[in-house]
Design a binder for this molecule. Sequence first.
Ligand code: KIV
Length: 295
Amino acid sequence: MSRPLYPFGYTFSPPSPDARLLGVKLTLPQLQSNPQPLVMVTAYDYPAGRQAQAAGVDVVLVGDSLGNVVLGYDSTAPVTLGDMLHHARAVRRGAPATFMVVDMPFGSYHMGLEMAQKSAVALVQEGGADAVKLEGASPEILEVMRVLSRNGIPVVAHLGLTPQTEIALGGLKVQGRDEASAKLILDQAQAVQDAGAFMVVLEVIPARLARLITDRLHIPTIGIGAGPHCKGQVLVYHDLLGLSDTPKKIAKRYAELGQQSVSALQSYTQEVRSGTFPSKENSFIIKDDVLDKLY
Ligand code: KIV
C-alpha cells in the first residue's frame, strides 16, 4: 500500500476527513511564534488523540507517564521503546492533524549516540512523531539533542522534576527551590536551547524560576506545576479528566470521569443482573416465518 511521504521521511495514514475540517497541523516555526499560550495534553490512545484534536489543542504528548497511568507501573522506568511506538501509532491515528511529541523512554537514549539516534528515528518513522522529548541535560544528553536536531529530528527538552531519574532526584518533589539547584536548572535550560531543543518542558519548579527561564530563553517553555508564566502548559489527560486515583496539586481536574465511569459500570452490572438490559430496543428481530423453519 502506498502512503504519502511527510517531512523527515516518515509515513502515516492520511488525515481523516474530519481532521481536515479542523485544519492542518501546526508547523514547528508556528509553534515557536504562536502569540497565544500553547496548549499541550498527553494522550496514549486513539480516542484520547481524537478528543485532543477535536478540542483544538496545539500539541499532543505521548508521554512515558503512560507507564503509570495506563500500564499500572509505579514509575516510568519500565516503559520500553516498543510501548511508546504502540501508543504513539494509536494517538497518531486519532490525531493526524495535531503536532505530536513522543517521549523517548528510559534506556532508549542512555546507551550511546547510535542507539539514541535509532530510537528517535523509529519514533518518527514508525510512531509518526513530529518531535521527540528527552529528560535531563547531562553532557551525553546534550550531545544526543545536538545530533538529533542537526539531523532534522525536532527535540523537546524536559527539566526540573524528571520522572525517569526520580530515584536520583530523591523522589517526586519540587525542584529548584534552593540557590544551587535553581541555578542548575537555569543553566540547563540555556544548555538545552544551545543544544538545539526547540521547546522545553519545566516540571514542578517554583513559578518565579519558570518565569526567569521563560524570559531568558527564546524557545517556548511549557510548564507542568511550574506556574502561570510559561509560554504554554501541559497536563496529563487522566489527571485533568479525573481518571487518575489521586488528585494532584499541579493538576486541575476539569471533570470527574473516573467516578462517572464507576457509576456507569455499576448501573450496567445492576441492569444485567436484574434483567433490565438488554431491552427490546437493544435487540434485533427476526421474521416469524424464518424462525418457524428452525423449530
Ligand atoms: O510523560 C509525561 O506525561 C510528561 C509530562 C508530565 C510532561 O513528560
